[in-house]
Design a protein around this ligand. Structure first.
Ligand SMILES: [Mg+2]
Length: 314
């Protein structure tokens, strides 16, 4: 089945959520009202053979990635980490020494990002062939009254990305998908600098094409990206950089012009937010041009964003 079909079903139930749920399924984190406060919460998982290859990846990096994937969702909301919880399901032959190494890596990574591991659960599969699964829940608080979600992009906003994209999954690359730094500090700095002008944000996990489309869809706008402006890693061409995913950089929208370097963070303006109903400056002048969530412009040609980025199959 395709992941998005199940997600459509999940989101359809959002209208029935209890009142204390301020942000329901569909953003990088949910948010609930507490007595006198607000809590952001999200869960993510890594499955051996799908998100990591246990044959080639040291367990220290497996444990690290299990935590940092979830921490990246905190960055996407400009949240401040509070604590994390981990549920692990091990194959029966995993071995206690390896399990200890995995746990230590998760605990250390969580502590390094001020998101201490405070609980969880361990289960053992029935079969050795069943994959290691680490499910990580993270708790955070918003940086201020304004909570940065995916649905706040406004017509006229610039579209920006942090860092460089592409090559994260290359076997001969730097292993960026295992060693990336979640942009938590940078997101909080962006929030401090931009405040309510930090209109919408997401972390790039599925690929720029799909993740920018998430912003466009949630915000009811259209996003045009100038492919030539995408900051690619050396040797990576833009289609690859926009589609591979697992960059864990931030994509955000804000009005006005931002400096290209903020707090030692490379920030690149790659596009603009348009009204979804207008065909804007489509080079082909087709009526459908403006209704696309994301369009990549590459010189004279344009490419719909939904043709880039990968769809999870499970
Ligand atoms: Mg995310």
């Amino acid at each position: 089945m395709r992941e998005f079909e199940l997600l459509e079903h999940v989101y359809a139930a959002n209208a029935e959520l209890a009142r204390h749920v301020r942000i329901g399924p569909g953003d990088d984190m949910a948010m609930v009202d507490l007595d006198g406060g607000r809590l952001l919460v999200a869960v993510d998982q890594i499955v051996a053979g799908k998100h990591v290859d246990l044959d080639t990846t040291p367990l220290e990096l497996v444990g690290r990635k299990a935590i940092t994937r979830s921490l990246s969702d905190i960055a996407a909301m400009a949240g401040k980490p509070v604590a994390s919880l981990v549920a692990v399901t091990l194959p029966p032959d995993f071995g206690s020494k390896r399990a200890t190494t995995l746990f230590d890596a998760m605990r250390k990574t969580a502590a390094d990002y001020d998101c201490p591991l405070i609980g969880g659960d361990i289960a053992i599969h029935n079969e050795n062939s069943h994959p290691l699964t680490c499910s990580v829940t993270v708790l955070a608080t918003p940086s201020g009254e304004h909570v940065v979600t995916r649905d706040g992009a406004k017509v006229g906003d610039g579209v920006y990305v942090t860092g460089r994209l592409g090559g994260s999954l290359l076997p001969d690359g730097t292993g960026h998908h295992l060693t990336f730094e979640p942009r938590i500090k940078e997101a909080i700095e962006l929030y401090r600098h931009l405040g309510t002008n930090l209109h919408a944000m997401i972390d790039i996990s599925d690929g720029l094409g799909r993740d920018a489309a998430h912003i466009a869809e949630a915000s009811g706008v259209s996003i045009q990206i100038d492919a030539r402006l995408i900051p690619c890693r050396p040797g990576i061409e833009w289609r690859q950089a926009a589609s591979e995913g697992e960059d864990y950089e931030l994509c955000f929208t804000a009005p006005g012009e931002l400096p290209t370097n903020m707090f030692e963070l490379e920030v690149t303006r790659i596009g603009e937010v348009f009204d979804r109903k207008e065909p804007e400056k489509s080079s082909r002048g087709e009526a459908g041009g403006g209704s696309r969530g994301v369009v990549f412009l590459d010189g004279a040609s344009e490419l719909p964003g939904d043709e880039l980025g990968w769809q999870h199959e499970s």
